[in-house]
Design a binder for this molecule. Structure first.
Ligand SMILES: *Cc1c(COP(=O)(O)O)cnc(C)c1O
Length: 388
């Protein structure tokens, strides 16, 4: 982008012309008590924990004890007892030797990949990986190769052909815009055959998938040896914010020493760590949350198919309705909004061109009536906007 007068304005006008300008919505207050005005199907709060009174009280109590800010980075004086306990609890929850907390998932992905790869190493990524994994490929000096979505044979082929000394396969566990699962057994087999790292970012599977909510690894019954690097975020099913990487004691100690996005940033507020500990405990104790959200997904799929709404094969709480053009996705999203329903339209570059969509997400705080209302409104709006 040149710094001509008007260049930025022209770029913005171009976004407008292509219906790609994004605007922020100011969210209504969402305390545990006040219900939001519109019924929304956009959040990643799959277990309905973000406003849970148990999280709020843990947060407030810790803020009273520790203050608001952590005051420094982890390696200086920002690492509190709440952070230390959270790391131990995350390690136990994920069945790994140790865990390390990062301030965001974005930073965890950048920091882990950048620390583990060197110049001329090979980084293999699924084309539809989350932007933070792809950006990690830009930051690390390694050679980035993207394989077609979920094509584990292509990933294995690239490993076989590679002369790199060291390689890492990185994949979303559950793809954030599609809701489908990575073929982890095949990727783990390829990683083991070619003695390569496998990193799984399970931001959308943890808390939701698997017999006890331990995510996509539990779903496939893959252990820490098969998936040596597990990334998770706290801002999705656990309802707070922040992220972690879990793995062997050596891996975690190495990252603690070397990961720049861990070292050179202020630690999360201890109160956030405390609220996350509460979330982790509730998620494990109240398995009905996971069962509820998955049952709502099934109800949605059953009733949507009956109304002719086009679905994908996703069986997770992320249910995309792919509409093609940005204009159509926006029109449907707006039509739903006039009926009091919030469903975000996802447009390029968040998804590939021509695959603009509604990204519908479900939460344990939805009811069956909410789902039925969504399906009825969506069927109407799709019909209306198709006729135009
Ligand atoms: C949300 C998300 C992230 C980023 O996590 P933040 O904590 O929000 O920065 C990373 N990876 C995936 C797959 C995600 O969905």
């Amino acid at each position: 982008m040149r710094r001509d007068p008007g260049a930025l304005a022209a770029a913005l006008a171009d976004l407008d012309a292509r219906q790609l300008r994004r605007v922020r919505r100011v969210a209504a207050p969402r305390s545990a008590r006040g219900a939001p005005q519109a019924l929304e199907f956009c959040s990643n709060d799959y277990l309905g924990l973000a406003r849970h009174p148990g999280l709020v009280s843990a947060f407030v109590a810790a803020a009273e004890r520790h203050g608001v800010g952590s005051g420094a980075s982890h390696l200086v004086t920002g690492h509190s007892a709440e952070h230390a306990a959270l790391e131990e609890e995350v390690a136990a929850f994920t069945g790994r030797e140790r865990a390390l907390c990062f301030s965001t998932g974005y930073m965890a992905n950048l920091g882990v990949i950048d620390a583990l790869l060197e110049r001329r190493d090979l980084l293999l990524e699924d084309r539809l990986n989350h932007a933070s994994l792809l950006d990690a490929g830009r930051l690390a000096r390694a050679t980035l190769r993207r394989y077609p979505h979920n094509d584990s044979a292509a990933a294995a082929g690239a490993l076989q052909a590679s002369v790199a000394a060291n390689a890492l396969i990185a994949t979303d566990g559950v793809f954030s815009m599609d809701g489908d699962l990575a073929p982890l057994p095949q990727l783990a087999a390829a990683a083991s055959q070619y003695r390569t790292w496998l990193l799984v970012d399970d931001a959308h599977g943890l808390g939701v998938l698997g017999r006890t909510g331990r995510g996509v690894c539990e779903h496939y019954q893959l252990d820490a040896q098969a998936v040596p690097i597990l990334i998770g975020t706290f801002g999705k099913a656990f309802g707070t914010c922040g992220a972690f990487v879990a793995g062997s004691a050596d891996l975690i100690e190495f990252l603690l020493q070397k990961s720049r996005t861990y070292i050179y940033t202020t630690a999360l507020p201890p109160a956030v760590a405390a609220a996350t500990r509460a979330a982790l405990a509730i998620a494990q104790r109240e398995s009905w949350r996971r069962e509820t959200v998955l049952a709502l997904v099934q109800r949605f799929r059953r009733t949507a198919v009956a109304r002719g709404i086009p679905l994908t094969s996703s069986s997770t709480p992320i249910q995309p309705v792919i509409l093609g053009s940005a204009a159509r996705a926006l029109a449907v999203s707006r039509g739903l909004e006039t009926r009091g329903l919030l469903v975000s339209a996802i447009r390029p570059p968040s998804v590939p061109a021509g695959s603009a969509r509604l990204r519908i997400t479900f939460s344990a705080s939805h009811t069956e009536q909410d789902v039925d209302r969504l399906v009825a409104a969506l069927a109407d709006v799709l019909e209306e906007t198709a006729a135009r």
